[in-house]
Design a protein around this ligand. Sequence first.
Ligand code: HEC
Length: 120
Amino acid sequence: MAKHKNFQILKLSILFGALFVFMMSAQAASSGQKALQKRGQAIAQANCGRCHATGVEGASKNPKSPPFRYLSRKYPLENLEEALGEGIVVGHEGVEMPEFRLNTAQIEALLAYLASIQKK
Ligand code: HEC
């Protein structure tokens, strides 16, 4: 009888152990995601902020530039990935258009940040 009880306790502790590991890794993943978004935010502010509103509120400095939080109203954000990789020229016709060359890691971060601020 006592043996049987120990076995139950063992099973329970394995279960909780597994749950704990699972929760820790989920937390690590989400803090990694946060760090990625933070890097993306810095990239957006540094490269795009002088024209586009890069935050969750506020107007663009250059009124012709759409605030980043509304980009997904026009098209899925995934479409941007390619455009960014090729040096973004989408919709940037005209004299003011600077050409951007972001590397893959920067693009990943920027997109993660953009995804986190979209308003429908
Ligand atoms: C010098 C000003 C300026 C800078 C810097 C700038 N943009 Fe723009 N951007 C514009 C303007 C103006 C438009 C609107 C052009 C239009 O609608 O024809 C625009 C439009 C866009 C669009 C929307 C295109 C579309 O089809 O609606 C995206 C996406 C975009 N910019 C991304 C970026 C990113 C990412 C950066 C930084 C890496 C950036 N822009 C930096 C001026 C700028």
